[in-house]
Design a protein around this ligand. Structure first.
Ligand SMILES: Nc1ncnc2c1ncn2[C@@H]1O[C@H](COP(=O)(O)OP(=O)(O)OP(=O)(O)O)[C@@H](O)[C@H]1O
Ligand SMILES: [Mg+2]
Length: 333
C-alpha cells in the first residue's frame, strides 16, 4: 500500500515538473493572428506574416517575411528539417522569395529543386553558389548607391533566402572528435586545403550575414552542432531569430539562445512526447523564448508544393541582372 502511495506521489510530482517546463516563459508574439486561423495550416495571413505551426499556448506560430537571419539548431532527429521545410513552404507561395539551397549532406533540400534557384550539394558547387550570393549582394549594393536608396524592397526584386543545411560541414570543424591533422600526411594536406577553402567560405557567409540583410539576402542556417567552435560569434551575432530544437546540454542552449536567455531554458525542456518541439526567439516577434512546434509536412508532399509554386522560381540570370517581378512578367508575356 505504502509503495503504491509513494509511486503515485512520484508520478504526480513528475507530471507537475513536466507541465512546468513545457510552459513557454512568455508567449510574447507581437503579431496578433485571427483566432479562426488553424495553427497547423501554412498560410499567409498578412503580406509579411505567415503561420506554420503552433505555440505551447495553442497560438499559431508565425514567421515574419522576410524576417531576420535565422538559426535552426538541435540534435539529429529533433525536427530541424521539419521547421526549415515549413518556413520554405510558407515563403514559397510568394514570388517575392527566391531560394538557394546549400545541402552538403545531400538529403534535405533536393525535394525543393523545382522551386529553388539552385540546390548545391558538392563542395565546388556550394562554393560557386556562395560566390554568386556575394556577387548578387555587391551588385545590389552598387545599384542602391546609384539610385540613392538605402534599403532593399520587394519592388526592386525578390528576397533571396540562402538555406544552409548542416553548417558544420562547411566550416571544416571535426564533428566526430577524430583528429585528422597528423603533420605531413596526405590527409593532413587535404585538411589544410579544405581548411583554407572553409575559411574563405566562412568569410563569405559572414559578409552575407553582416551586409546581406539590407540587400535582400537572408540566411537560414541549420546545424546539429550548435557549439562556439562551429558557429563563431561573428556569424552567430547576426542570426537574430534563434530556433532551438532538442539539444544535448546547457552549453548548446547558451550558443543557441544567447547567454542572457539561456538561464530561462532547461536543456531537457523539450519532452520526447513532443516531436519537433522547439524554442523560438526573435528580434521582432517572440522577444522572450516561446515554446512551439512547426507544421509537419511529410517528405512525400514536398515535391507537390515545389511543383505547384515552381512558377515563382527565379534563375541566377534573373537575379543577377536585377530583374523585378514586373520585368519577369513582361518577359513571360
Ligand atoms: N513538427 C513536427 N511534428 C511532428 N513530428 C515531427 C515534427 N518535427 C519532426 N518530427 C518527427 O521527427 C523526425 C525527424 O525530424 P527531422 O528530419 O526534421 O529532424 P532533423 O533535426 O532535421 O534531423 P537530422 O539532423 O538528422 O537531419 C521526423 O521524421 C518526424 O517523424
Ligand atoms: Mg535534417
Amino acid at each position: 500500500m505504502t509503495t503504491i502511495v509513494v509511486l503515485l506521489a512520484l508520478v504526480v510530482a513528475w507530471l507537475t515538473v513536466l507541465a512546468r517546463i513545457s510552459q513557454p516563459v512568455n508567449n510574447s508574439s507581437t503579431v496578433e493572428v485571427d483566432s479562426s486561423v488553424s495553427p497547423w495550416s501554412i498560410r499567409r495571413v498578412r503580406p509579411d506574416v505567415f503561420t506554420a505551426g503552433q505555440t505551447a499556448t495553442a497560438q499559431p506560430l508565425v514567421h515574419r517575411f522576410p524576417g531576420d537571419h535565422r538559426l535552426v539548431a538541435g540534435v539529429t532527429r529533433s525536427g530541424k528539417s521539419c521547421t526549415v521545410h515549413a518556413i520554405i513552404a510558407a515563403f514559397s507561395e510568394t514570388v517575392d522569395a527566391a531560394f538557394v539551397g546549400v545541402d552538403p549532406k545531400r538529403t534535405e533540400l533536393g525535394l525543393w529543386t523545382p522551386r529553388f534557384t539552385q540546390n548545391a550539394v558538392d563542395l565546388d558547387d556550394i562554393d560557386q553558389a556562395i560566390v554568386n550570393c556575394v556577387r548578387l549582394m555587391k551588385t545590389r549594393q552598387q545599384f542602391l548607391e546609384l539610385q540613392g536608396l538605402t534599403k532593399w524592397t520587394t519592388a526592386l526584386g525578390p528576397w533571396l533566402f540562402v538555406v544552409i543545411d548542416e553548417y558544420a560541414e562547411l566550416v571544416g570543424v571535426s564533428t566526430d572528435g577524430i583528429d585528422r591533422t597528423a603533420e605531413g600526411t596526405v590527409i593532413d594536406k587535404a585538411m589544410k586545403r579544405s581548411r583554407a577553402l572553409a575559411s574563405m567560405r566562412i568569410t563569405d557567409i559572414s559578409s552575407l550575414a553582416r551586409v546581406g540583410a539590407g540587400l535582400g539576402i537572408k540566411l537560414i542556417i541549420s546545424t546539429q552542432y550548435p557549439t562556439a567552435e562551429v558557429l563563431d560569434t561573428q556569424i552567430r551575432n547576426q542570426l537574430d531569430t534563434r530556433i532551438m530544437h532538442r539539444v544535448s546540454g546547457s552549453e548548446q542552449v547558451t550558443v543557441c539562445m544567447g547567454s542572457g536567455r539561456a538561464s530561462a531554458i532547461d536543456a531537457n525542456s523539450i519532452p520526447t512526447s513532443m516531436p519537433g518541439g522547439l524554442w523560438i526567439v526573435g528580434s521582432q516577434d517572440y522577444n522572450t523564448p516561446t515554446m512551439a512546434r512547426s507544421t509537419y509536412i511529410p517528405a512525400e508532399h514536398i515535391p507537390n508544393i515545389a511543383a505547384r509554386t515552381a512558377h515563382n522560381r527565379w534563375t541566377w540570370d534573373q537575379l543577377l541582372s536585377l530583374q523585378t517581378t514586373d520585368d519577369r512578367q513582361e518577359t513571360k508575356q
